[in-house]
Design a protein around this ligand. Structure first.
Ligand code: ADE
Ligand code: ZN
Length: 337
């Protein structure tokens, strides 16, 4: 029997809400909406969750979104995530949604945004998890489309705090989205982008220097470029690392070979998130436990990662201080000096 590992309260900064659609919920929503699935059961769907790379995951991720038809579907998915995240120790979540993936299926922007936002509005009272929403743009679709969707989000006064950049990375560098990020910044939005998940270090340089991002999602391939590491350390750029995702999408071979320890040693501002937990074998708690088991992370490391996550969030100062104090109390009760 394995000893249960005590985990700190944390902020989850890299989470795609559509990536929380568990197989059971896929089936429940499909039945509710009269959609035929090409799998006989949730167990059969789960069997497909063996991925060769990012693209092979994205194909299934986008296909399963077909079950999200109504605002209530988006709300149910969001409730399920918050209940599970609260159990994982998440006290604040900055949640990404992919509006273009739904628009492309004929689902209006308001259906997806209102469904999710209706649950986020009371998430702190209902689940003890404060939340905010980030609209992520698909880098394998044209920037012109993204600009139109951003304008539509701004016109409808969508409750978003920022924008992100996701989907198929290689061949779709950040330099293609300079106008989008400039417009978002001018509108007062925060900016994050996936970079160096599969793509080369030049993509992180572009995200920093051309998109002026506040955080880098993933960033594991940054370790190939010493000058880039120095820059990220100097500016303490937050990086949202998703270890189980990296293994499942074969960005790293095994968790034991994950560069997280080197990233910590280098002084990078790393945080831990779950990315698409329904697809990658677990939520934040599963990621942290796996790191402890495979890489020997200590309670001190866990406290540092949790502190980084709260500091790197887009929270207001009040709530940030409350959560930092919670992490500190956890540290005082757990770490032997
Ligand atoms: N969309 C959902 N999950 C993603 C990931 N890990 N990388 C890029 N785009 C994504
Ligand atoms: Zn991601």
């Amino acid at each position: 029997m394995t000893t249960p590992v005590l985990l700190p309260p944390t902020a989850e900064l890299h989470l795609h809400i559509e990536g929380t659609l568990e197989p059971d919920l896929v089936f429940r929503l499909a039945a509710r909406n009269g959609i035929d699935l090409p799998y006989a059961s949730p167990a059969e769907l789960l069997e497909r969750y063996t991925f060769a790379d990012l693209q092979s995951f994205l194909d299934l991720y986008y296909a399963n979104m077909a079950v999200l038809q109504t605002a209530e579907d988006f709300a149910d998915m969001t409730r399920a995530y918050l209940a599970r995240a609260a159990a994982a120790g998440v006290r604040h979540a900055e949640i990404m949604v992919d509006p273009q993936a739904h628009l492309a299926r004929g689902i209006p922007l308001a259906t997806c945004i209102d469904g999710i936002a209706s649950v986020l509005r009371t998430s702190e009272a209902d689940y003890g998890v404060s939340t905010s929403l980030i609209a992520a743009f698909l880098r394998d679709r044209p920037q012109e489309e993204a600009l139109q969707v951003l304008d539509d989000l701004l016109s409808m006064d969508a409750p978003i705090i920022g924008i992100g950049l996701d989907s198929a990375e290689v061949g779709n560098p950040p330099s293609g989205f300079v106008a989008l990020f400039a417009r978002a910044r001018a509108a007062g939005l925060r900016c994050v982008a996936h970079a160096c998940e599969e793509g080369p270090p030049s993509y992180a340089w572009e995200a920093l220097d051309l998109l002026h991002v506040d955080r880098i999602d993933h960033g594991i391939r940054c370790m190939e470029d010493d000058a880039l590491v120095a820059r990220l350390v100097r500016d303490q750029v937050p990086m949202t690392i998703c270890p189980l995702s990296n293994v499942r999408l074969r960005a790293v071979d095994t968790l034991a070979e994950h560069p997280l320890p080197q990233m910590l040693d280098a002084g990078l501002n790393v945080t831990i998130s779950s990315d698409d937990p329904a697809y990658f074998g677990g939520y934040v708690d599963d990621n942290l436990r796996a790191l402890v088991a495979s890489l020997g992370l200590t309670a001190d490391d866990l406290a540092r990662l949790a502190t980084n996550s709260v500091r790197s969030s887009f929270l207001t100062d009040d709530r940030r201080q409350v959560l930092l104090a919670e992490v500190e109390r956890w540290r005082d009760g757990t770490v032997e000096e």
